[in-house]
Design a protein around this ligand. Structure first.
Ligand code: ADP
Length: 495
């Protein structure tokens, strides 16, 4: 027997002599045997362990036409058991049993040789039947896999995005038709070659390498934004992700390329217009604020309480507009990849001291207790002065804005490795955990009872993240609603 080393035979006969003889013959050849003396007993065995019987040697001379009824029952149940009937003369009922599904008939007056001639044929038939089943199953699997692969490729080719997939060593394993059109790719040029070796893709190799390392934080320039890369005359928005197997292990990378050339041109024009308007508004607003301050402070003559109140409100609104204009300009700069304008050696302690002093007035107006603790021996850090200042201003002004009257704000600056670590803790309203992931998105503002009256643009933290990323630093938040918030910014010695 080729399929299994031994086969399982069930012998069903009420003639004990025949039963024992068959049993002995089958056992002698190393096969396994079970016996039953009635149809009921045989059915019991088959129903309890259907896989335990390969061949049934079934007497057609069981009382009350029993053998024949068992053949029919098994046939109806589409049983895989191969039935060999046994009868005195293998006459009409044996032929009828074969019509009903039995394979052959053995005369009960058999010799050992005759028995094995018939049995071996049955075993061979069983082997062929099993092999056919396996082949059919395999063919069905191959057909459905081919169908799946074809369907999948049709779906990928219908995408409006270019898709390039690599293995864990950044060798290209798949790309769709849109990617072929964007980069003018052919299978011979790129398939199974490393992205960095493909002339048309190598400028994007860092995206695939980062995705393979699962370093998604590096693949975006700003929170909630995908980088746009200019390649030739095209502008492509890129989104690269690691490809993981079922166990969660990274086995490759997949990058989507969206051709945004037209949109980018429009965006650029719109952005330039915003920058221009903001620039034009900045100087008149600053002089308006100065003049209002002179009047509110009584330097241009005494004011009635009503006048002082109205002009004070006008002054606050003007301050808000200046913040908005500054935020728009900062944000544009980061969007254009210009968050670092000039790299220089920075005295971060001095920048922080000045910023805290600058904000002292607004913290005192709110009755907040601001404590600043700057470590003495800080390493020299290089970076963009304006950028680092903007990080401090945004985080300190947020702590002041979102901490109710009488609260505390603690600011500290310490050494961290070769760089510095800035930490600001407030006892303010706090941030819910589901919002923490989103506060760095541009224009994201949390609207609660406590924050509704606080003015802002929702740009401050996206500016902070953009600047810190550009310095190769890290910003981290911890918060507890009603207890307060801590922002930690780590800046390396050099960007
Ligand atoms: P905004 O101009 O609204 O302050 P930001 O980008 O600076 O914009 O902040 C986004 C949101 O994050 C804010 O609207 C606020 O809800 C929340 N947030 C920022 N800093 C704090 C803080 N220190 N305490 C509580 N909430 C904060």
């Amino acid at each position: 027997m080729l399929v299994t080393p031994s086969i399982n035979v069930l012998i069903v006969d009420n003639d004990i002599t025949i039963l024992q003889r068959c049993r002995e013959l089958v056992l002698n050849e190393g096969h396994k045997v079970q016996t039953a003396e009635s149809v009921k007993e045989a059915l019991n065995i088959v129903q309890k362990h259907p896989g335990d019987v390969d061949i049934m040697l079934l007497s057609l001379e069981l009382p009350k036409w029993g053998g024949m009824s068992l053949v029919e029952t098994l046939q109806k149940a589409r049983s895989a058991i191969l039935i060999m009937t046994m009868s005195a003369n293998c006459g009409e009922e044996a032929i009828e049993a074969m019509h009903a599904g039995a394979y052959d008939c053995i005369r009960k007056s058999f010799t050992t040789e005759r028995f094995w001639t018939k049995m071996n044929r049955a075993i061979e038939a069983l082997r062929l039947r099993r092999q056919l089943e396996i082949l059919t199953e395999q063919r069905r699997g191959a057909l459905s896999r081919k169908l799946e692969a074809n369907t999948l490729m049709c779906i990928l080719n219908s995408l409006t995005y270019g898709l390039v997939v690599t293995d864990g060593h950044t060798n290209v394993v798949l790309f769709n038709e849109k990617a072929a059109r964007i980069f003018d790719l052919t299978e011979e040029q790129v398939l199974f070659r490393s992205v960095s070796d493909c002339e048309k893709l190598n400028e994007f190799s860092s995206f695939f390498e980062r995705a393979v390392k699962s370093d998604s934080s590096l693949s975006t320039l700003m929170a909630g934004e995908e980088p746009v890369v200019k390649t030739g005359a095209k502008m492509l928005r890129i989104h690269a992700d690691p490809v993981k197997n079922r166990a969660g292990a990274v086995i490759g990378a997949a990058a989507l390329f969206h051709d945004v050339t037209r949109v980018s041109t429009m965006d650029q024009l719109r952005g330039d217009f915003f920058s221009m308007v903001s620039h034009e508004l900045k100087s008149p607003l600053s002089s308006l604020l100065m003049q209002l301050s002179v009047v509110v402070d009584g330097l241009a003559g005494e004011l009635t309480t009503k006048q002082a109140d109205l002009l004070g409100k006008a002054k606050e609104k003007t301050k808000g507009m200046i913040t908005l204009v500054n935020d728009i300009l900062d944000y544009r700069r980061i969007q254009e990849g210009k968050s670092i304008q000039k790299i220089e050696r920075l005295d971060v302690a001095d920048i922080l001291n000045r910023t805290v002093e600058l904000m002292r007035l607004s913290s005192e107006e709110k009755g907040l207790n601001v404590v600043c603790d700057i470590s003495e021996k800080l390493p020299a850090v290089t970076g963009d002065r304006g950028g680092v200042e903007a990080v401090f201003v945004n985080l300190i002004s947020n702590a002041i804005k979102y901490t109710p009257k009488g609260g505390n704000v603690n600011v500290s600056l310490n050494r961290e490795g070769k760089g510095v670590r800035f930490m600001i803790t407030d006892t303010g309203v706090g941030i819910q955990s589901e919002d923490i992931d989103r506060i760095f998105e541009k224009f994201y503002r949390i609207k609660t009872e406590e924050t509704r009256s606080v003015s802002g643009t929702g740009l401050g933290l996206s500016i902070v993240k953009g600047i810190v990323d550009a310095h190769n630093g890290v910003v981290h938040v911890e918060s507890e609603v009603g207890e307060g918030t801590t922002f930690i910014v780590s800046l390396p010695a050099e960007p």
